[in-house]
Design a protein around this ligand. Structure first.
Ligand SMILES: Cc1cc2nc3c(=O)[nH]c(=O)nc-3n(C[C@H](O)[C@H](O)[C@H](O)COP(=O)(O)OP(=O)(O)OC[C@H]3O[C@@H](n4cnc5c(N)ncnc54)[C@H](O)[C@@H]3O)c2cc1C
Length: 422
């Protein structure tokens, strides 16, 4: 177990208990399930009836992890940023794939808990928060076949002039009187979509000529006209299935259109601040997992007449890995405290995107660098499926693309930095 530098945390028995309890869950429930899911040759097995995916999802819901990001007045747990951060680091330590599944699960109803008005709160958000049987399962539909990174770039308010140079978006919503009709394809990268009951979906509104007319809605996926693709076969995050969604004249009621112009860029930018903290933190957990595996192995593997941890070059690697894990924890935690304050406490929704995006990038990059060195410390064994570091390395590699490539997230942050840094 790692040492907590933050004395407030170290002295607070409640937080230590929270961390220990979540760690136990990650070790005893998530890790064994993630290992089984990762090794399934056919990705469809991951979401088949009786698969460990469903058991873990139910157990995560029973623990309340599916409503960490809900507003406290509408089913949220009302945790502090540090409490949420401690939980997320442990979940990422257990499996970033399953942590991603519980992250995207909260997008439809969690976003509604922050911005929705009307019946959707009572009819969907509260039942979702109270669900412990995984009757509800969410996914987040941003990426489209023709509009990948462009969608990430479009979600920053300050880019409005630039947004018109981007792809105009493929999934469109049109007013049908009492509701909306949705048409178009989302890419096969949507995490948990093959298993989901609802999507938190990004669409464009008329005249559909630009992502500047973006909107966010909830779509129940059992609606007529929805086609769910099969889970794709891929490197990394094999314990969380990705697949496409296609919409053909799919109807949703008016109150399911949660965010509309002129609030889209501002509000979605703030959602990205939350998701960036989430992703940066779960990948910090992965970095710690890889570091701990490598440290333990280096004490037990003998070469050159002594445990390899006694060789100078391995010591240098272990130190650099430790430094990355610790700095990633404290940076992502500090940024999460800021974002939490602006969204859940002050309610001003003016969290700093440049910091949130950099926390995500830092966490993901640290995870990849630490996992890469962990494989090196294991030598040939690090490439075999017998050791956890092989999975951690694949998952960390996928992380450099998940939720936006690190390059495009950096580009997006740079626009903010150039315009707003003072
Ligand atoms: C494991 C995993 C889980 C995912 N989960 C989800 C999900 O739940 N929901 C969802 O909507 N999406 C999800 N995605 C999709 C992910 O957000 C996209 O893959 C990502 O945003 C990149 O889009 P793309 O794959 O279309 O690549 P492209 O946008 O085609 O990019 C290709 C390359 O070009 C570079 N590039 C693109 N634009 C620029 C630019 N303007 N300047 C410089 N370089 C540029 C990129 O960095 C990249 O290297 C997931 C992806 C992965 C790998």
């Amino acid at each position: 177990m790692y040492f907590e530098i933050d004395s407030k945390v170290r002295d607070d028995k409640g937080l230590c208990l929270l961390r220990n309890e979540t760690h136990r869950f990650a070790e005893e429930v998530m890790r064994p399930a993630a290992k089984k899911l990762d090794r399934m040759p056919d990705p469809e097995q991951v979401i088949a009836k009786g698969s460990p995916y469903w058991n873990v999802l139910k157990e995560m819901k029973a623990m309340g992890y599916h409503r960490l990001f809900f507003h406290k007045d509408y089913g949220g747990l009302g945790l502090s940023a540090i409490e949420a951060h401690i939980i997320l680091e442990e979940l990422g330590w257990g499996s970033v794939g399953l942590a991603t599944a519980i992250g995207v699960d909260q997008v439809p109803a969690g976003v509604a808990s922050l911005f929705a008005l009307g019946d959707v709160i009572d009819n969907l958000v509260i039942p979702w928060a109270e669900d412990t049987e995984a009757k509800f399962h969410g996914c987040w539909g941003v990426t489209e076949p023709e509009c990948g990174s462009d969608y990430i770039m479009a979600t920053q308010e300050s880019f409005l002039p630039y947004v018109r140079q981007l792809h105009p978006g493929q999934v469109k919503a049109d007013n049908s009187g009492d509701g909306w009709v949705i048409n178009g394809p989302k890419a096969n990268w949507l995490s948990s979509a093959p298993a989901a009951t609802h999507a938190g979906l990004h669409v464009t509104l008329p005249p559909h000529d630009s992502l500047a007319n973006g909107a966010f809605c909830i779509v129940p996926l059992e609606q007529k006209g929805v086609t769910k693709g099969k889970p794709i076969d891929k490197l990394g995050l094999r314990d969380d299935p990705q697949g496409d969604l296609v919409f053909d004249n799919v109807y949703i009621p008016d109150d399911y259109m949660i965010i509309r112009p002129p609030f889209y860029e501002l509000r979605v930018g703030q959602i990205l601040c939350l998701t960036s903290c989430f992703v940066g933190t779960i990948f910090t957990g992965l970095a710690r997992a890889a570091f701990e595996e490598a440290l333990e192995y280096s004490k037990n593997r003998t070469q050159g007449g002594k445990p390899i941890c006694e060789h100078q070059s391995i010591k240098h690697k272990l130190y650099a890995m430790f430094e990355k894990v610790e700095s990633s924890r404290y940076y992502t935690r500090k940024v999460m405290e800021h974002v939490w304050e602006k969204i859940y406490i002050e309610g001003t929704f003016d969290a700093s995107s440049m910091h949130a995006l950099s926390a995500q990038i830092y966490g993901k990059r640290s995870a990849f660098e630490v996992a890469h060195e962990a494989v090196q410390i294991f030598g040939g064994y690090g490439l075999t499926r017998d050791f956890l570091v092989e999975k951690l390395f694949r998952d960390a590699r996928a992380g450099l693309i998940e939720d936006g490539t690190t390059e495009v997230l950096g580009l997006s942050a740079a626009y903010n930095i150039i315009q707003e840094y003072c």
